[in-house]
Design a protein around this ligand. Sequence first.
Ligand code: GLN
Length: 475
Amino acid sequence: MIPKSLQEIQLQIKTKKLQVSDLVQQYLDRIEQSKHLNIYVEVYKEDAIQRAIELDTKIKSGDQLGALYGCIISVKDIIVQKGKHTTAASKILDGFVSPYSATALQRLIEEDAIIIGRTNCDEFGMGSANENSIYGPTKNGADPSRIPGGSSGGAAVSVQMNTCLIAIGSDTGGSVRQPAAFCGIYGLKPSYGRISRYGLIAYASSFDQIGILGHTPDDIGLILEQISGRDELDATSSHVPVENYDPTEQIPSPTVAYFPQMIDHPKLNPDIKSAIEEKIEQIQSGGGKVVPVDFQYMDFLVPTYYVLTTAEASTNLSRFDGVRYGYRATDSNTLEDMYVNTRTEGFGNEVKRRIMLGTYVLSEGYFDAYFNKAQKVRRLIKEEMESILENVDFVLLPTSTSIPWKIGELADDPVEVYLSDVFTVLANLTGLPSINIPAGTNTDGIPLGIQIISKKYSENKLLSFSKRLYYSQKK
Ligand code: GLN
């Protein structure tokens, strides 16, 4: 049995009960056994074994080790690593090999973590089911007829199936938290600017954040501490000092808000609703205060998110023109033909839909009516959340409206899928940190999740509270 905690793994390595090479081999075996779930698009078998052997030699000779030795990590196929293919699950990046590494990955590697492979996802992070991938859908380990969530679906299942300890994903509107909920694990989207986005292929730059999926808040804290902090290569990365993310902070009597509009949402799955109600009772019986708060902008969340993210996506994705990266269509007569053919053949349907929507809301005649208006609404939502968080420590809400649906069930209904993002986009619209906490399963064994949002840069408080909530539930 591979331990599901870095502290335990490192203890076993230190006491010579475990070698890093054995650990890597065990994970590789598990990857092999879970192949039918389509988790990885590439496994770095030789690299991982080689790095493990080097690390074992270092351990034997008593050399100083990085903070993350023994931590085996999967990376979403949207974060680049030097010398490795990265495709964002798109045909348009077919054959692209990155000349540099993302800052977050660089920092992990420098601390002796080992990257075991890259995981499947929705094309350019656009989706909630991991079905918009050139590699086909990833399946949920709890029930392979169901989706794992998205867009970081492969990332979530890689942890769920114990094929690695930690997965690195990205979250623009819920892509770390929602699959974490669907797979019964923790998933953190840090504050905007906490982790450098350098090397994360851009979807919507003012929303995108690298996120961390794991079995425990402790492990997530250890990773966050290493990868967050100012990076000169990303001007939006924050100067706020990195904390010691050790989720043992005492929060004696937290005040927690919930929004009745969300709990009474007509589409909310009743099991998720009960999980939230249970948490409310649990917080109260533990000495916390839970207060209903009126949130005015519920109906504006999804429209604002989709106007702004498609606008940003349409400009970010203009760089994929067949000249600079990856795939190029053959048999074009003119340069313009080549652009058109490359983009027609290279992008999938969902990506095309969003480029069209984004181009539309940015076009001269509609800019004020849609894009500008959405920017203003975003500011109102942000101010509302900041003012709520002046009076409370946390906001408690569902992660998703539903449990993971059947593969193919919503394939022809993109709007229904967009609407299911209503609870997660809030944290990205406002730049606030947010986490999914596993909340048991329904009677069919399908995982349920709940979400907590806290003040900007209060990740340690968020992780500490998550840990406490989870463990008190287990009793
Ligand atoms: N499901 C959302 C979308 O499709 C979120 C995606 C994400 O966070 N990358 O935009």
